[in-house]
Write a protein that binds this ligand. Structure first.
Ligand code: AMP
Ligand code: GLY
Length: 422
């Protein structure tokens, strides 16, 4: 079997390393991949947003199965184009990827089907949005409707900041067309949990829960980033809460999408907040999370490719999806300055006996691996308990060097605290 994986980050590296364990696969090709992924897959340089070209290439090169991992190509309809050419895929069609592609769509879906989420209003006219803000309690949350590289959410502490945020999105177009429409929603509090799930539209299987660390600096200070580290499982996500989420959120979402004629097949990601009034949806993603995938997939016992094929064939009910009863911790090593400006091009050395190193921003040049992005790589370790996993992950970080390397020292600390184990 020739399998294509579309994407070029640490998440895709984790997916590829998991797929490599399957004896059903002969070759993995990555579009566009990166310098680290090159050790585990054949790289083909096509922009991940060039979905027509990707589908043509896949057909010409007799790809048997495709995994489309990032939001952009999914929202642009990569799966539809690949399927039209007879290539089975893991990932939602365009009409289902809208669950991430439009926050207004997802909020209206939740309202219509009584899925718990923050109260909200949507606006396409700036003056109405500004007038509405005058009636709101602070803090308030302002979200661009469309994709904005994970940056389209602003939490405003006061009215002035809230108005500035609305103007920056709707008037100054800092997120381009993605901010032409906005959602203004109630500020919620409580621990956040990420739950990725496999679903074929008939069956939904949640994966092990995880916890992201979005801020750049220790103690959750500094700017928001794509994610500086993750742990799994998430200690706040008890069996009782999991059951409640399954009944009130996960299954209702799958059914709602079916009802709307938008059957979702792929990885449906639930970003949840465990509020004093129960779990609520903060966001849906139509794909694996990054860096959640880097802790979730290393804990997966079942053959990932078998699961992905079952999702594509809508036979997920025939597969027993199992995870190790262990903990995982992923520490992201970034370039100093990320998420703002940073330098690139420094040589990366990785100790040979390290496994679970997932490369995100690096390129190969004359046989050398060089830094080429803000988030450079993620180092994941597994142990019987979280404390052990954290210790191992940080020990492994010491076995990787590049100039200007920067990482948080407290990944997992919040989770340990929740276990009462600081
Ligand atoms: P999102 O891109 O939708 O995941 O939002 C980014 C982050 O903003 C989330 O991980 C939350 O920490 C925060 N956030 C989003 N919506 C809300 C909300 N309604 N109340 C409080 N925090 C929120
Ligand atoms: N880690 C959050 C995301 O992938 O959107």
């Amino acid at each position: 079997m020739k399998v294509l994986v579309v994407g070029n980050g640490g998440r895709e590296h984790a997916i590829i390393k998991s797929l490599k364990k399957s004896d059903k696969i002969d070759e993995i090709i990555a579009i566009a991949g990166n310098g680290g992924i090159a050790s585990d897959a054949t790289i083909v340089n096509i922009n991940v947003k060039d979905v027509e070209k990707i589908a043509d290439w896949a057909k010409e090169n007799e790809i048997d199965f495709a995994v489309v991992a990032p939001d952009d190509p999914l929202v642009l309809g990569a799966v539809d184009l690949l399927e039209q050419k007879g290539i089975p895929c893991f990932g939602p069609n365009k009409n289902a990827a809208i669950i991430e592609g439009s926050k207004i769509f997802s909020k209206n879906l939740m309202k219509k089907y009584n899925i718990p989420t923050a109260k909200y209003e949507t606006f396409s006219d700036m003056q109405s949005a500004l007038d509405y803000l005058d009636t709101c309690d602070m803090p308030i949350v302002i979200k661009a409707d469309g994709l904005a590289l994970g940056k389209g959410v602003i939490i405003a502490e006061n009215l002035q900041d809230a108005k500035t945020a609305v103007k920056s999105m709707m008037q100054d177009k800092v997120f381009g067309n993605s901010g032409a429409n906005v959602v203004i929603e109630e500020f919620l509090t409580g621990p956040e949990v990420s739950v990725l799930s496999f679903t074929d539209g008939k069956t939904l299987v949640p994966m092990v829960s995880s916890m992201d660390h979005k801020r750049a600096l220790d103690d959750d200070k500094g700017l928001n980033t794509g994610g500086m580290g993750t742990v799994a499982p998430n200690p706040y996500y008890t069996e009782e809460i999991a059951k409640e989420c399954m009944e009130k959120i996960f299954i209702p979402t799958m059914n709602a999408m079916n009802n709307e004629g938008r059957t979702f097949k792929g990885c449906l990601y639930f970003g949840l907040m465990l509020t004093p009034k129960g779990p609520k949806v903060i966001e849906y993603n139509c794909r694996f999370g990054d860096p959640e995938t880097q802790v979730v997939l290393p804990l997966l016992k079942t053959d990932l490719f078998e699961i992905m094929r079952a999702v594509a064939n809508q036979t997920l009910d025939k597969i027993k999806v199992e995870f190790l009863d262990k903990s995982a911790c992923c520490v992201i090593m970034a370039s100093k300055g990320y998420p703002e400006s940073y330098e690139k091009g420094y040589e990366i050395t990785i100790d040979k006996d390290l496994d679970n190193v997932f490369v995100a921003g690096a390129k190969l040049e004359n046989g050398k691996l060089l830094t080429n992005g803000g988030r450079v790589l993620g180092v994941t370790a597994i142990d019987t308990n979280l404390k052990g996993a954290i210790e191992k992950a940080y020990k492994n970080v010491q076995k990787i060097t590049f100039e200007n390397a920067f990482y948080r020292k407290d990944i997992g600390k919040r989770a340990l605290k929740a276990y009462g184990e600081e």
